[in-house]
Design a protein around this ligand. Sequence first.
Ligand SMILES: [Zn+2]
Length: 428
Amino acid sequence: MKKLDVFIAACKAERWRWRNWICAIFAISRLPENHVPEPYDIDYRDDGVYYYDDTQKQWVLIEDSKPNEPLYHYRWAEDFPKDFFPNHPGAIRTTYGRAIYNWMCLIYPFGDAIEFINKQVTSKTAVPLIAPITVDDDANVPAGQKFIKASQIENHLSALSQTTTLAPLIAPTGTWRTLIPSKKVLQYIKTAIAAKGDKLTRQDLVEIQENAVKLDKEYLAEDGESLDFYVSGTTLKVRRFKQLYMFGAVDAFHEDGKYDLIVESLNEGIPVAQLPAVFNDGRQGSYDRGLDTAKGGYGVANYQQITQNLRVVQGDCGTKIVHHVLLDEDGYRAYAVEAGFNKMVGGKPIPIDRSDIGKIIAMRRPLVCKHPKPTYCSVCAGSTLAKTEKGVRSSVTKVQSDIMYGFMGAMHGNAQETATFDIDKHLR
Ligand SMILES: [Zn+2]
């Protein structure tokens, strides 16, 4: 059998369920001693790669395999026959990596409910496809309609977490370009800073860094694989930039609010004259980290205490007060999707829906509730809070947690960026 045939037969035998099998097809690996062979086990030998044929009870050389080379690469594309993937009836050209993703993360938890995803994916790619067709476990769904039961989501999540641990085993841990700076980028930074001379502002620096990161991305794109797995936005803009290109601007203890600029990268070493600036930067980071962690922890406890008596009861307090809101896309997401707020139409509360975007609606929200406090009615509270009578405190506490995560994330390094401000949107 050839490589492709082995892959197809093995996947039909559900070998993608075995983590060691997936590692073995994408990376040279060795079977443990005294291993009892399973169908389509992979064995790397001096003369090529073998698979275990369970019907003949023997190891068979894979015809087009090469010794000392992984059997497949996640980027290799093949024409897969029709009816091979349960979630795609026709023939399809796709990569081995996407094939494994679909088997593990879509077919295993959902069968054929989600159509084959034939593009580069992240952990969130399938979410917009899963959410609209997910129903409660005991819901009645008309025959012929594709759906996902809520309890199936757990299998999707566990498959996703498996893929994160597989990535380092099937992809290179580094390439030359991830370790060595681009000469073009270094030259660009040097020239751009020199061109501004004494008039160099913080704004100029932000722009220079943005351009440099763009050039660096092009440089890395030439070996592609590093961009696929190891170079996130933060890596490019903070870690990689400071390490290879320029330490950058550091807030300084100057009266005039000016900054210190360190043009050397960490790899080049910090000049002795700049040591105080670098130490101040590190000390400030360390202090902020301690302070913000403490504030975040206190905030969560404080919010819990304030909100622990809040309740949401089913029913309508009957208030006549409403807030008139012009609903846009952002408002729809916050009020309808996240909070599940109601609008008043002809004296009756109705959930806000997509058709309200662009209209002025008479909205009910907790602020207008006339139920005796600390209790709110379910119509004013919105359907999300109304799901659990005592759930308000965890929702409110999440606000503080999110603030803390924001600060913590910023402490792992942040990059200044320019953005276009849409003044019309904010004046409307
Ligand atoms: Zn109310």
